[in-house]
Structure formats: structure tokens, C-alpha cells
Design a protein around this ligand. Structure first.
Ligand code: CDT
Length: 309
């Protein structure tokens, strides 16, 4: 049997601090049109795709923070994405800052070709710090501006396969992937904003692209799932963001790769049935997992194991 789908990663180049959402949305609609012309039925956009990556600035004034958030989806600014989905018959994945009553999340949605929201995910592994740290060349205040996501790691039946989502830093954590693997995910969509420079460990700057692909390729292989990773890339307000947007097969192989740090669409043909080759052989969870020995993974004191031995 075969369950084919043509999919796209839509990498965004930098978005300036003063670039209106309508302008970013127009760039994204142009990429949806390109992806559709190349046969894609799904386009994945990056994390926080509607604006510049605002957590790089410390803001004490809550209304100033809230100006970066979306109170409704779709809104007047984002409606053109939903209109394009319907006009082109194409699904999309979008990352944005969500305000829900008193709660604020780093969120991603999967939208069907009819413009209906099929699934929502709120980022769990928030990186960075809480307080103003002016020594940094740029800050990373996700811990301050967002709450931890409260929707788990949903995997839904859509577009002929089982589709899950995670966001940026989540991709570095094996638990993210396995929780979706346990739900038989066949495609994981994710967006990222990853600075080339990591102020806490500058020795890792040369490794950022490697660790990006390492995390996504390992997540794909160890769970027998496709991955579409879409970057916000390039020099954004003095902060260089890596590119490397990629579509990855369940074998862990990269099957499409962006080569610029600007707006770029990469497309690949996938077949959800390929996931079974990995899941029925190497990673047959029912046959080979040993969950009775994995308790420390979910024990809050798990980090103390080594000391206790
Ligand atoms: N956006 C995001 O999650 N970025 C992180 C940067 C880590 S350094 C604070 C990432 O994992 O790429």
C-alpha cells in the first residue's frame, strides 16, 4: 500500500522589528503559492512566524509584551493565510505567540485545506531565562514571556497520515519525539528560531547547524516518522539565525534541504507507509521497549539516580 503526500518546508528570512504582520503574511502567502505550484499539499512555517523573534528583548511593560501576541486566530492580519489555504486547497502549519485570557503560549497550529484548525500545540520545553540579562548580545526570554504548554503532544489523523507538532527547543529532547512515537506519529511538523551564537557556550556556535539536524534526524529515525523542520533564518535585528530547513525521512535521511538563509520553499514527496518499515522492524515498540525499566524518565528525582548508585 502507499499513502503519498507532497509536502513543503517554508523557511522565512529575517523579519524586522517594525515589519507589520500583514507584510510577513504576504511573504508566507507567496510561499504557499510556490509550494502549491510544485504540488505540495502541506506547507510548514517557522516558530513565531508572524513577527520578529521578540523574546530577544527584555520588556518590563506588559502591554508592550502583549503587542507581540495574537488574541484570535484567524485575525484580520492572518486571514489571508486561511484564504490561501482554501483557494489553493493546501494545508499549513503556523507558529505564533498566543494569548488566551491571562495565559500566554508559544503555539503552533495545523490548518486543513478547508481553513479549519485541525490541531494545536503549545511549546513545552521553553529555553532561555526569566530576568533581564543585559550582558548578553541578545536575550532569550521565553521563560519570562510564555507559560509551559498545557496540551501535551497531540497527534491527529490528517492528510492521510498521523501528524504531530513540536516547537524549536522541543526538538532537542528525546521525550518529545517518543511521546509522539507512542501515538504512532508519521509526520512531525516543527518550526525554529535558533541563533548561530549561544552566549552561554560560545564554543557551540560552530555546532548549531549540526545539532539542529542531529536532533531532527534522530527523532525521525528512532520513532519511524517523517519530520518537516522550518527555520526563521538570517540576520534578524543583529542576531544571526541558522537556516537548514529540512524534510527528513523515517530512515533519518534528509530528503530536502534549504540552501539559503532567506525566504525559501523546499519540497519533497513522502509516503506515510514508509514509516512502517522502521516501526515494524528496528523500532517495534511493543516487542522491544522495556518500559518497566524506564521509570526514572518520569521521576522528578530521576536526575539523582547516578548519585544513588
Ligand atoms: N526558539 C528556541 O527554542 N530556540 C532555542 C535556542 C536555544 S538557546 C537559548 C533552540 O533550541 O534552538
Amino acid at each position: 500500500m502507499s499513502r503519498p503526500l507532497t509536502v513543503a518546508a517554508a523557511q522565512l528570512g529575517p523579519i524586522a522589528k517594525d515589519e507589520p504582520r500583514a507584510s510577513a503574511v504576504a511573504r508566507m502567502v507567496a510561499m504557499m503559492e510556490k509550494a502549491s505550484a510544485r504540488g505540495a499539499a502541506l506547507v510548514v512555517f517557522p516558530e513565531l512566524a508572524l513577527t520578529t523573534f521578540f523574546p530577544r528583548w527584555f520588556m518590563a511593560d506588559q502591554p508592550a509584551v502583549d503587542a507581540w501576541f495574537e488574541a484570535e486566530m484567524p485575525s484580520a492580519d492572518t486571514a489571508p493565510l486561511f484564504d490561501a489555504a482554501r483557494r489553493l486547497g493546501i494545508a499549513f502549519h503556523l507558529g505564533y505567540a498566543e494569548i488566551d485570557g491571562p495565559h500566554r503560549y508559544n503555539t503552533a497550529i495545523l490548518v486543513g485545506p478547508d481553513g479549519a484548525i485541525l490541531s494545536k500545540y503549545r511549546k513545552v520545553h521553553l529555553p532561555g531565562h526569566w530576568d533581564d540579562e543585559p550582558w548578553r548580545p541578545f536575550q532569550h526570554l521565553e521563560k519570562r514571556y510564555f507559560e509551559r504548554g498545557n496540551l501535551g503532544f497531540p497527534v491527529v489523523d490528517a492528510l492521510g497520515g498521523r501528524i504531530g507538532m513540536c516547537i524549536c527547543n522541543d526538538r532537542r529532547w528525546p521525550e518529545t519525539w517518543r511521546l509522539m512515537g507512542l501515538q504512532d506519529a508519521e509526520l512531525v511538523c516543527l518550526g525554529y528560531n535558533t541563533p548561530q551564537h549561544y552566549p552561554n557556550a560560545p564554543g557551540h556556535d560552530r555546532l548549531q547547524d549540526f545539532h539542529n539536524h542531529l536532533s531532527m534526524q534522530a527523532g525521525a529515525y528512532q520513532n519511524g516518522t517523517y519530520v518537516i523542520g522550518a527555520a526563521k533564518a538570517g540576520l534578524e535585528e543583529g542576531c544571526e539565525l541558522i537556516g537548514g530547513s529540512a524534510i527528513i525521512a523515517p530512515t533519518g535521511e534528509i530528503i530536502a534541504l534549504a540552501t539559503t538563509r532567506g525566504d525559501e520553499v523546499v519540497v519533497a514527496d513522502i509516503d506515510f507507509d514508509t514509516c512502517r518499515e522502521i516501526r515494524k522492524n528496528i523500532f517495534d515498540f511493543a516487542q522491544h521497549r522495556q518500559p518497566d525499566l524506564y521509570g526514572a524518565l518520569v521521576d522528578p528525582a530521576g536526575g539523582a539516580i547516578r548519585k544513588a548508585v
